[in-house]
Design a protein around this ligand. Structure first.
Ligand SMILES: [Zn+2]
Length: 447
């Protein structure tokens, strides 16, 4: 009986990182321009995994809107896997709500594109929160695929991952990372040797079949994959290679009696966890918290509570959420990117917060007006000018009429009273500062 070897072609697409988004997107467009016709023409290249995030498709379709039909057709046929995330986020730098919105947006986008990959693909996050199995189960997803953060206590390539509320998923541990099948050889004997070496390196850790993730960061597809797999299957019976999807692979793997792990996956035992990202570029982390709180805790609740549903500013909030979710990408929210990228991350956070602050202020203003009675002095403004700051302080009002000192200064004109004029201006400034203050203070300034 041959040992099954599943090969899942993919690319890990950091939307922005050591290069800015637009630079990476040029490469993404070239990749998908080549991939889509290749998939349509070559049945042996059976599948391509689009990194578990719909942002790669959105970013491509913005440039190639005519390709939507081809993508939908391939997704419906199971030839490409789309979603379930909108973006591969960091799980510790952003709020739980941002991750839920990420999943909701990803599921919706993947549904529009012809079908969602029902695999909680989490390949490169710098560790995982304890509630991730709960979050996945909320979306009806039974499988997670992880690499970083898996502790030494997990000794095989699969385990049951349990959240604090008792929800659980089957977790596939990508031994050797999401790049363990990168750079596959073009000749069958080398491919067979590659499988043999990997099998030996896993030893007793292998649970079920072998899984090769054929790709790595921004890697282009290897078009010879289908033919080399066919050649390898034709010349031996030790291994049976298939080009397949993660979903198909996982449904055939053992799921009973797995080692159980409850809580976070935050160990550096099996891979670099990059924990320094929690304390670098604190300015970005502060902007993130500020923007998330503005939207989550002020704008959305106040708008939901205080206006009728038909006036709910859903479109504006969608814009804000899209910016928050895009920024939650692990290289973006962790600010482990080039400075040019970080500048763009800062702008997205600023814009999301501006929308949140504006919408919250919109709902608070009526309360504010009701709680502030106009003063007698306000009604005396000759041109109806309003004080620039409503409030109870006597020191916060500024009138709109001309200042007597300024007029005298203007009438004096240039000449021998230069020194005196400077003194008048000085007094004028002091009076302006104190205009509207208590009469006694004003009189003292005049003296
Ligand atoms: Zn990454």
């Amino acid at each position: 009986m041959p040992q099954n070897v599943a090969i899942v072609p993919h690319t890990h697409w950091d939307r922005e990182w050591y290069s800015p988004f637009q630079t990476f997107r040029l490469r993404l467009v070239r990749l998908l321009d080549d991939l889509l016709p290749m998939l349509e023409a070559d049945e042996s290249y059976a599948h391509f995994h689009l990194d578990g995030q719909t942002a790669v498709v959105d970013d491509y379709l913005e440039v190639r809107p005519d390709a939507e039909a081809a993508i939908r057709s391939l997704a419906e046929a199971g030839r490409i896997a789309v979603g379930p995330w909108m973006i591969l986020m960091d799980e510790f730098m952003v709020s739980g709500e941002t991750m839920l919105r990420n999943l909701q947006l990803g599921l919706a986008a993947a549904g529009r594109l012809g079908g969602t990959s029902e695999v909680g693909y989490l390949p490169d996050m710098f560790g995982h929160i304890a509630q991730m199995p709960q979050m996945l189960q909320l979306a009806g997803i039974d499988h997670a695929v992880v690499w970083r953060g898996v502790p030494a206590a997990v000794e095989q390539t699969a385990f049951r991952w349990i959240a604090p509320d008792g929800s659980s998923v089957r977790a596939e541990f990508l031994a050797g990372s999401y790049s363990n099948g990168r750079d596959m050889p073009r000749d069958a004997p080398s491919l067979i040797a590659r499988a043999r070496d990997y099998n030996a390196s896993l030893g007793r850790a292998r649970l079920g079949d072998l899984l090769f993730m054929n790709g790595t960061d921004h890697q282009l597809p290897q078009p010879w994959l289908g033919s080399v797999v066919a050649d390898a299957n034709a010349i031996q019976d030790e291994y049976r290679f298939t080009v397949t999807s993660l979903a198909e692979y996982l449904t055939t793997q053992p799921s009973d009696g797995l080692f159980e792990w409850t809580g976070e996956l935050r160990s550096g035992a099996r891979s670099n966890l990059l924990m320094g990202v929690a304390s670098n570029r604190v300015d970005v982390h502060r902007l993130c918290a500020s923007a998330e709180r503005s939207i989550e805790r002020r704008a959305e609740p106040l708008q939901a509570l205080l206006i009728p549903a038909n006036r709910y500013p859903g479109a504006l909030l969608d814009i804000a959420w899209r910016k928050l979710v895009l920024n939650s990408a692990h290289d973006s929210s962790c600010a482990c990117s080039a400075d040019e990228v970080v500048e763009q991350v800062r702008v997205r956070y600023a814009e999301a917060r501006q929308i949140g602050d504006g919408l919250a202020r919109e709902r608070c203003t009526p309360w504010h007006r009701q709680s502030t009675r106009p003063r007698v002095d306000d009604r005396r403004q000759p041109d109806g000018a309003r004080p620039w700051r409503a409030g109870r302080s006597d020191r916060t009002r500024v009138g709109s009429g001309p200042l007597r000192g300024v007029r005298r200064h203007a009438e004096a004109g240039p000449g021998r009273f230069g020194e005196r004029r400077r003194g008048m201006v000085h007094r004028c400034e002091r009076r302006r500062l104190l205009l509207g203050s208590r009469p006694g203070e004003r009189d003292r300034v005049r003296r």
